[in-house]
Design a protein around this ligand. Structure first.
Ligand SMILES: Cc1cc2nc3c(=O)[nH]c(=O)nc-3n(C[C@H](O)[C@H](O)[C@H](O)COP(=O)(O)O)c2cc1C
Length: 218
């Protein structure tokens, strides 16, 4: 029996690695944006050849999902196509969310509703959660449980919970030991993500993983 295949991306033929960073705070000038910019700069320092794409949901004006998405309405093509193109050419995904009332943000969950396997399928994801206090664990748990099924993003085992964030990542160099260990941990996670991203290029070349009959998981 032959299967129908929808190959999600052409990224395996790309030579350079591209990282998509999705900032889930609804607030402009948020701590999450500060983290997103730090990660983007750090990726460029660690991997000078790498390309980055930063999607700031606070300013991107992406509406909440409505049935027009599946009906292919022009409104949605205009809004989503440029974002989808950036994601399709990416090799690794970094969703960032503040912990809000013990949850990931609605805008980030909306992003995972809109993004399909064509954009995220079989790409490694590094979850980053942000808290001004001791929080940050709940959104990691939430995203690992419920945001991957239809889009088939693969969250790597390492994630980042960035606590007391208003005191961290503010200066060019670390200001104290807590700031230094935060930066060291970020490098560790980024290097792990990079390694997975290299390996996942090979995974996306395997034709048998693209089966339209079972494309939505169980
Ligand atoms: C609506 C709302 C709910 C919040 N709930 C939590 C929470 O449950 N746990 C927590 O650690 N911080 C909570 N915070 C504080 C955030 O950790 C803080 O705003 C931090 O700066 C991250 O959000 P930002 O990226 O929007 O700046 C909340 C903030 C807002 C605005």
């Amino acid at each position: 029996m032959t299967h129908q295949h929808t190959k999600y991306t052409n990224t395996p033929t790309q030579q350079k690695m591209k990282y998509a960073i999705i900032c889930g705070s609804h607030r402009e000038n948020s701590q999450s944006v500060k983290v997103a910019q730090y990660l983007e700069n750090r990726i460029k320092e660690l991997y000078p050849e790498a390309e980055t794409y930063l999607l700031e949901l606070a300013t991107a004006n992406v509406p909440f999902w409505d049935p027009g998405v599946w009906a292919g309405e022009d409104k949605w093509k205009t809004i989503w196509s440029p974002i989808a193109a950036e994601l399709q050419s990416s090799d690794a995904i970094i969703p960032i969310t503040p912990e809000w009332s013990g949850m990931a943000t609605p805008m980030l969950k909306n992003f995972f509703l809109l993004a399909s396997g064509r954009e995220l399928g079989h790409k490694p994801g590094l979850i980053v959660s942000v808290s001004s206090g001791r929080g940050g664990a709940y959104p990691v748990s939430e995203l690992r449980t419920s945001s991957y099924k239809n889009n088939q993003i693969c969250f790597i085992p390492e994630h980042l919970v960035l606590r007391f964030i208003t005191d961290r990542l503010n200066e060019t160099e670390a200001v104290d030991e807590s700031d230094a260990i935060t930066r060291e941990r970020i490098d560790f996670a980024l290097n792990m993500l990079h390694t997975y991203a290299e390996a996942f290029k090979g995974i996306r070349k395997q034709e048998h993983i693209y089966n339209d009959k079972f494309k939505f998981g169980m």
